[in-house]
Ligand binder design. Structure first.
Ligand code: SAM
Ligand code: DTB
Ligand code: SF4
Length: 318
């Protein structure tokens, strides 16, 4: 079994990314098969429980109050409406239900509502995940107590490039939240975004930072930037699809036991590109025609893609 290492350096990740493509894919495939069935893909469903009007200035995000996207802010959803969505997600084959809120961090009053949602979703037999912004240690313990399995909080990019994209919270703030989530005993979902104008060195820096965390995130979402008109990054240049596939492979090789999620951006990818990402070791997706505010492939298109590739949804871990 390939060892799970926590001492990956940026230079080593750069060396992986520089391998001839067939060598890199072979390596990723070999590691993937040691830890997972390569025909299985974990299916998560995403619901925005509180949309827009966010005080943070993340340059990629249509939900930032500073973005001129015409998105209207909503209040936090009612618990019953969230549970209805979770039942529908379960019926369509999802094993994990992820609730996202456009907050800098949750207010105590709101957290009480979210804990009720978490407990209700868990009772349906789904794995629970939430992404609510920064958490204190106390808030993380409350969420864990309510039945939250995973917390999503992304590093987004390398420590050096981070300040070009977000100024209202620091990289260290993010690492602190991740530590609170771990200390509370929850699983971590943490990854980043590709295609924000970062260099290949920044991309290697993101993967190396994730792979050098004291424990690897159980789930590593690799998002391809969804360019939304009115956000600061609307005009950023295109990403080379092959470089994106290389990054998926580097995440697979460096974090062999983690689920690597081919996350936002699938709507703009061909079936062939997605197939390459699965070959490179991606083994999780968001299923459902909407991410938080932007489109994701139609369910029928994903079912057809799975059929074409002979992939099947991973059954819920016991
Ligand atoms: N507000 C919370 C936070 O930022 O921690 C949770 C929700 S936030 C939308 C979750 C993640 O979605 C971000 O960290 C970012 O990686 C990703 N994301 C947001 N907008 C995106 C976009 N336009 N394209 C790709 N990923 C995006
Ligand atoms: C993650 O890494 N990607 C998801 C999830 N975590 C919450 C969010 C993608 C959001 C894409 C932009 C939108 O739909 O607003
Ligand atoms: Fe707010 Fe999260 Fe969007 Fe940043 S990514 S603006 S914190 S919703």
């Amino acid at each position: 079994m390939t060892n799970v290492r926590h001492d990956w350096t940026r230079d080593e990740v750069r060396a992986l990314l520089a391998l001839p493509f067939p060598e890199l894919i072979y390596l990723a495939q070999s590691v993937h098969r040691e830890y997972f069935d390569p025909a299985e893909v974990q299916i998560s469903t995403l619901l925005s429980i509180k949309t827009g009007g966010c005080p943070e200035d993340c340059g990629y995000c249509p939900q930032s109050a500073g973005a001129d996207t015409g998105l209207s802010a909503t209040k936090l959803m009612q618990v019953e409406s969230v549970l209805a969505e979770a039942r529908a997600a379960k019926a369509s084959g999802a094993t994990r239900f992820c609730m996202g809120a456009a907050w800098r961090s949750p207010k105590e009053r709101d957290l009480d509502v979210v804990t009720a949602m978490v407990t209700g979703v868990k009772e349906l037999g789904l794995e629970t995940c939430a992404t609510l912004g920064m958490l204190t240690a106390d808030q993380a313990f409350k969420l864990k107590g309510a039945g939250l399995d995973y917390y999503n909080h992304n590093l987004d990019t390398s420590p050096e490039f981070y300040g070009e994209i977000i100024t209202t919270r620091t990289y260290q703030d993010r690492l602190d939240t991740l530590a609170h989530v771990r200390d509370a005993g929850m699983k971590v979902c943490c990854g980043g975004i590709v295609g924000m104008g970062e260099s290949e060195d920044d991309q290697a820096g993101l993967i190396a930072t994730l792979a050098a965390l004291p424990a690897h995130p159980e789930s590593v979402p690799i998002n391809l930037l969804v360019k939304v008109e009115g956000t600061k990054l609307e005009g950023v240049g295109a990403t080379d699809p092959i470089q994106f596939v290389r990054l998926i492979a580097a995440a697979r090789v460096t974090m062999p036991a983690s689920h690597v999620r081919l996350s936002a951006g699938r709507e703009s990818m061909s079936d062939e590109m997605q197939a390459l990402c699965f070959l490179a070791g991606a083994n999780s997706i968001f299923y459902g025609s909407c991410l938080l505010t932007t489109p994701n492939p139609q369910e029928s298109a994903d079912r057809a893609l799975f059929e074409r590739l002979g992939l099947r949804p991973e059954s819920r871990p016991q």
